[in-house]
Design a protein around this ligand. Structure first.
Ligand SMILES: [Zn+2]
Length: 76
């Protein structure tokens, strides 16, 4: 029983570590590298090539839908 308990504890420990690493990885924001050819959607934060943006003033939107949503929420 002692060995089984030890192995069970070890398994939980390994799983816990893996989960912790995965959470850490997903929550770690990528380095703030600003690519000159990409912009960030002001509504959802999606990065996308600047050519495709529906630019309005200095705001960028990945889609006309998000532009509408943004201005519906923020006025103007
Ligand atoms: Zn968007």
């Amino acid at each position: 029983m002692g060995l089984r308990t030890l192995l069970f504890g070890l398994a939980i420990y390994v799983v816990f570590r893996m989960l912790k690493n995965r959470i850490k990885r997903t929550h770690t924001t990528p380095p703030a590298v600003t690519y000159s050819d990409t912009v960030t959607c002001s509504q959802c934060g999606l990065r996308f090539p600047n050519q495709e943006s529906n630019a309005s003033d200095k705001l960028h939107f990945c889609s006309p839908t998000h532009r509408k949503q943004y201005f519906d929420q923020h006025g103007a």
